[in-house]
Design a protein around this ligand. Structure first.
Ligand code: HEM
Length: 177
């Protein structure tokens, strides 16, 4: 007797599109319900998303450092693969999408697109997003036992999100120029 096929999880691209659509719909709903007061609510959710994104950006390279020391094919190595995939797909990808959508909404609402501090923040956030893409590709490399980079590489890479985060927060809060 033929077995029913197990339901396949949606592809990362499809999940990202769904997360994007939900975020945009919720942003429009919050803006419609709260009117003038929506700005602070959206900003609060933006900061919550940013904290979740940064938690992953700071922890994932740490997992890579430990993963390097685990023998390929060992139980430990397989456990790290699951932890890395879940951290990326359940926390980091949706958090990054929410941070981007709400951040752009805030900038558009407050007309920040010509402010030098905002453009500088935007450049640093683009670099942070590039680092996210690099981590995402690295999760795939570890999952396929293709990583050749030593722990020292991941220790160095670990500093990139930290340094970017410090300058991004100073730019958006102090607005020095
Ligand atoms: C993903 C793209 C991002 C965009 C387009 C964006 C844009 C913005 C905008 C326009 C504001 C409102 C500023 C104000 O009302 O004074 C804001 C607030 C804020 N953003 Fe972002 N942001 C992004 C990502 C980030 C990241 C990665 C961080 C931290 C690492 C961050 C941290 C903050 C903080 C702490 C605030 C609150 C500032 C305040 O109320 O004084 N943002 N963001």
């Amino acid at each position: 007797m033929a077995m029913d096929a197990a339901p396949q999880p949606a592809s990362p691209g499809k999940r990202a599109a769904i997360a994007l659509a939900i975020t945009v719909a919720l942003t429009v709903a919050v803006a419609a319900v709260f009117g003038e007061g929506a700005y602070l609510w959206i900003k609060a959710i933006h900061v919550i998303a940013v904290i979740s994104w940064m938690a992953g950006m700071l922890y994932l390279p740490r997992l890579f450092i430990y993963h390097c020391d685990a023998e390929k094919g060992s139980v430990q190595s397989e456990t790290f693969k699951v932890m890395e995939r879940r951290l990326l797909t359940i926390i980091m990808n949706p958090a990054m999408i929410i941070a981007w959508v709400l951040g752009l909404w805030l900038a558009w609402t407050a007309s920040y697109f010509t402010s030098p501090w905002f453009l500088a923040k935007l450049i640093l956030v683009l670099v942070l997003s590039w680092a996210h893409g690099y981590f995402s590709a690295s999760v795939r490399a570890f999952a396929e036992d293709r990583n050749e980079k030593p722990p020292r590489h991941w220790r160095l890479v670990n500093e990139i999100p930290t340094v970017l985060m410090i300058f991004i927060v100073i730019l958006v809060i102090v607005k020095p120029f």
